[in-house]
Ligand binder design. Structure first.
Ligand code: MTE
Length: 313
């Protein structure tokens, strides 16, 4: 993805990863006693109970073993916190995840604002173990916690004119030092066609590995679209906006010839600068073949019937 420079964060402001890791790792049993101390504002009794009651994801089952929590939480992209793969884990402790609201705007019956505590009560939390494929060639198996994104779309009451939905993510320079660096057109906005967002595989994720979403992975809520490259999954969402025309997104604005609107995982369509035919799982040495639609073709290919997916990459 992009190449860019200056680190405006003083070393003294950076929490060492081991301190972070120690803060974050707690078992379900420990959570009862320690969660309140670890995440005072977040962990009210009710959300704690909801995370204890996560139900197994209904579909589709995966045989692959989940990638380690450590790999998934220490290697990633969250450019608001810096350019390197470990920038998110080093810097995202600055993110304040409460209070948190999600505004609903555009082609909707009534614009409104949802509070995260209400959103967490909308539907039973499910564990969904999905393949994750980054456009850069790494991948993972991640046990997300969340519920269908369709729930958010439905509750937003889009009008008949709405054909696309944009996901706007937080861009606060006080918490996210790199939004002062204009190498992307902040805020990070990604978008889906409404029928893609309504597909039962598309997830509004509020956690992973049975816990609240780690800040570096997009707390308190993010989108997960497992058949698309990872960058379609906007982190730390503060607004959804319904529109009639296919909107530009952060990546189509940055490099339209490298990142398409659809960005379905497609081993036959190389990125302009590298092949997409293979991927390397975090924690593994050998590469494996990338699957069309990241292995979810049976479920989602029909969404694109009649479309030329080389042109609509
Ligand atoms: N969301 C925001 N707000 N900012 C980002 O930089 N990066 C995207 C996506 N969502 C990004 C984002 C990219 S490029 C990827 S690959 C995934 O988040 C990475 O998710 P992970 O770090 O949880 O693996």
């Amino acid at each position: 993805m992009p190449t860019f420079r200056p680190p405006p964060i003083a070393p003294s402001e950076i929490t060492p990863p081991e301190v972070h890791a120690a803060r974050r790792r707690f078992s379900a049993g420990m959570a009862l006693g320690l969660l309140g101390a670890a995440l005072p504002a977040v962990a009210n009794q009710e959300t704690r109970r909801r995370f204890d009651a996560v139900i197994p994801g209904r579909y589709p089952p995966l045989e692959d073993k989940p990638t380690s929590y450590k790999d998934v939480t220490t290697y990633g992209n969250f450019y608001e916190f810096g350019p390197d793969k470990d920038s998110p884990v080093r810097n995202a402790h600055r993110l304040r995840v409460r209070p948190w609201t999600v505004a609903v705007e555009g082609e909707v019956k009534t614009p409104r604002i949802f509070d995260i505590e209400d959103i967490l009560r909308w539907a039973p939390l499910e564990e969904r173990i999905y393949r994750f494929r980054c456009v850069e060639g790494w991948s993972a198996i991640i046990p997300w916690v969340g519920f269908p994104l369709a729930e958010l779309i439905r509750r937003s009451e889009p009008t008949g004119n709405a054909r696309f939905v944009e996901f706007w993510t937080l861009a606060d320079p006080e918490q996210m030092p790199y939004v002062r660096v204009p190498f992307l057109d902040w805020p990070y906005i990604e978008a889906l066609r409404i029928d893609e967002a309504m597909h039962p595989l598309a997830l509004l994720a509020v956690g992973m590995y049975g816990e609240h979403m780690p800040k570096q992975n997009g707390a308190p809520l993010r989108v997960v679209v497992p058949w698309k490259y990872g960058f379609k999954g906007a982190k730390s969402i503060v607004k959804v906006r319904f529109v009639e025309q296919q909107p530009p997104t952060v990546w189509t604005k940055a490099a339209p010839d490298e990142y398409g609107f659809y960005s379905n995982v497609n081993p036959d369509v190389p990125h302009k600068r590298w092949s997409q035919s293979h991927e390397r799982r975090l924690g593994e040495f050998f590469k494996r073949k990338t699957l069309p639609f990241n292995g979810y073709a049976d479920q989602v290919a029909s969404l694109y019937a009649g479309m030329d997916l080389r042109r609509n990459f």
